[in-house]
Write a protein that binds this ligand. Structure first.
Ligand code: PLP
Length: 456
């Protein structure tokens, strides 16, 4: 390690408060600091010169891969020409207006406007406020509760941390539990009644949702939020018929649907949006990550025509909407978004996510599904997960002190590949850049098989 690297490591331990990190262990030097220096395609290299194939695309966000000059040039040109102007009271920039048009062009049918933010969390905070505003305009002040799902991930803010259905993100934070409710996760592998088909399990989830709505009172339920495929909660695709059955319940009780497409938006499942992929018809869509491939922070709430018309009525009655971020529609981020979406089209990355994703998942299943401690291999597009079990027949969990996920991901890293130990359960996740080649997919599969053999 160079002298400067040592110095950086010391500064890191003393001054850098890392997200989602064991604070004590990191400060004491018991967990490694890895300082990433550069990236190219699907690979990143650290300051020790060690290169890894990043099969999680950062945090499933660097969809076009690292080192794309088209995007860095667009960022530089925008910074030079106009680094910032706000979007309040009707102001815009060529970049922000052009990007909003590109997003609506690509979005599922029925979408009208984009409200820009900087992170998936703040976009979901915007969604919650718009949902409440909408029902107030419609004269339904009681209709405010939002139903999320256990294992859903929707952010780490005060309200969005509550929406997230993973205990880790609630612990010790005193987040407001009301008006957020959590319903059954569509986690087919972990269904209690193993005799259920996927369709039957989907019906069971829809029935549970309806029970909750009736118990709370339909007039109190404003919205349901879900990721088309559960991401951080374990990369769990919806069982057959799930979204159709859920939507039928929501329509029956006039409940809005938010599709959180922070991970799935812009191609990850082999369709431009997960909503189109699974036949979801949302009232709001959350976007972030793949919008700029994380070259600059940018998110958005895409609002449907149905909601937009009511919001307009609201401002005709109440005046301007009192919701704004200084950096909403930041032109540098918007310029990154434009170049990124152009690249996604030019390189055919949506199609590649579909075809290379299918290849990758099939090869992964071939290589590891037979292992005695692999309970499930699942995914869709370029998202995949391997779930580990103590006992294959009983699907028994490992004792959590064994930290199986982190052990396997560490063994994978030793083999030159980055996967993610998902935060809840013994699950290794993959979400590589959408530019992944079949040769790179083979490298990931070989490393995964080797890592699993070495741990068990
Ligand atoms: N929604 C989903 C589905 C996510 O996966 C994430 C982050 O991983 C978020 C929201 C929150 O996004 P951010 O971390 O940008 O706040």
């Amino acid at each position: 390690m160079s002298e400067h690297s040592n110095e950086l490591t010391a500064w890191d331990r003393d001054h850098f408060f890392h997200p989602s990190t064991h604070m004590g262990m990191h400060a004491r030097g018991e967990t490694p600091t890895r300082i990433i220096a550069r990236g190219e395609g699907a690979y990143i290299t650290d300051t020790n010169g060690r290169t890894s194939l990043d099969a999680f695309a950062g945090l499933y966000c660097v969809n076009v891969g690292y080192g794309r000059q088209k995007i860095s040039d667009a960022i530089a040109a925008q910074a030079k020409n106009l680094a910032y102007y706000h979007a309040y009271v009707g102001h815009g920039t060529e970049a922000s207006i052009t990007l909003s048009n590109m997003i609506i062009d690509r979005a599922p049918k029925g979408m009208s406007r984009v409200y820009f933010g900087l992170s998936g969390s703040d976009a979901n905070e915007t969604n919650i406020k718009l949902i409440w505003y909408y029902n107030n305009i419609l004269g339904r002040p009681e209709k405010k509760k939002i139903i999320s799902r256990w294992r859903g991930y929707h952010g780490s803010g005060v309200m969005t941390g509550s929406l997230t259905g993973l205990e880790l993100f609630h612990n010790l934070f005193d987040l407001p539990r009301a008006p957020i409710l959590h319903t059954e996760a569509p986690y087919y592998f972990r269904r209690l009644d193993r005799s259920m088909s996927e369709e039957q399990f989907s019906q069971y989830c829809a029935d549970k949702l309806e029970e909750m709505i009736l118990a709370e009172g339909p007039d109190t339920i404003a919205a349901f939020i879900g990721e088309p495929i559960l991401g951080t909660g374990g990369i769990v695709p919806p069982p057959d018929g799930y979204w159709q059955k859920i939507q039928a319940v929501l329509e029956k009780y006039d409940i809005l649907l938010v599709a959180d497409e922070v991970v799935t938006g812009f191609g990850r499942l082999g369709s431009m949006f997960g909503s189109d992929h699974y036949g979801i018809k949302p009232d709001l869509i959350t976007i972030a990550k793949g919008l700029t491939s994380a070259y600059a922070p940018l998110s958005g709430s895409i609002v449907s025509h149905k909601m937009w018309q009511v919001l307009v009525e609201g401002s005709d009655k109440m005046g301007a909407i009192g919701h704004g971020w200084t950096y909403s529609a930041h032109p540098i981020c918007a310029a990154a978004g434009i170049a990124n979406l152009e690249l996604v089209d030019e390189l055919g990355l949506v199609e590649n996510a579909g075809s290379t994703g299918a290849y990758f998942r099939a090869e992964l299943a071939k290589a590891v599904a037979g292992h005695k401690n692999v309970g499930d291999v699942r995914g869709d597009g370029l998202m995949a997960a391997v779930e580990f079990v103590e006992d294959k027949d009983d699907r028994e969990f490992f004792d959590s002190s064994r930290k199986i996920g982190p052990q396997v991901s560490a063994a994978l890293l030793e083999r030159g590949v980055i996967g993610r130990a998902m935060p809840q359960g013994d699950i290794l996740g993959f979400a590589p850049p959408l530019c992944l080649t079949r040769a790179e997919a083979d490298i990931v599969v070989k490393a995964a098989a080797g890592a699993i053999e070495s741990v068990f």
